[in-house]
Design a protein around this ligand. Structure first.
Ligand code: FES
Length: 158
């Protein structure tokens, strides 16, 4: 069992808020992600056993959201938007700069386990492109200088 008692209790508590069990899938996935830091098949089965929704349906919902990594990631998951507005305003260059600064390629994690870098579809903040999300926070209107400051700040917090 991967989920601890607190997570199981939280999922059960969230479940009762919804008239349909399937509505509890995303809240349950979120609880599992917050405990473990990523999702996997075993967690889908455990969640299935709690909310009585087939594990396959839970996996389908989870794979739709890049916010939920499907393998272990660094302390900071950097998701750079590469969709149209961000692409027009330099997302590729930004990703290249992050790869250079972090010494990794897209999809990789730094050797100190601090940063994982991925690129994702539109994050709904097109008017402030180029942008990225790191864990739960948006960083917008990015420049190389801003990226430097953000990474430095996160390293200090780590
Ligand atoms: S295109 Fe990047 S946030 Fe929408």
């Amino acid at each position: 069992m991967i989920l601890n008692e607190a997570s199981i209790a939280e999922i059960k508590e969230k479940m009762v808020r919804y008239p349909h069990r399937k509505s509890a899938v995303l809240p349950a996935i979120t609880v599992a992600y917050q405990q473990v830091g990523h999702l996997n098949d075993e967690l889908y089965r455990e969640i299935s056993g709690i909310i009585d929704v087939p594990a396959g349906e839970i996996a389908e919902a989870a794979t739709f959201y890049t916010l939920f990594p499907k393998k272990p990631v660094g302390k900071y998951l950097i998701q750079v938007c590469h969709n149209i507005s961000c692409a027009l305003l330099g997302a590729d260059s930004l990703i290249g700069y992050l790869e250079e600064k972090l010494g990794i390629k897209k999809g990789e994690t730094t050797s100190d386990n601090l940063f994982t870098l991925i690129s994702v579809e539109c994050l709904g903040s097109c008017s402030s492109a180029p942008m990225m999300q790191i864990n739960d926070r948006y960083y917008e209107n990015l420049t190389r200088e801003k990226v430097d400051a953000i990474l430095e700040d996160l390293r200090k917090q780590a």
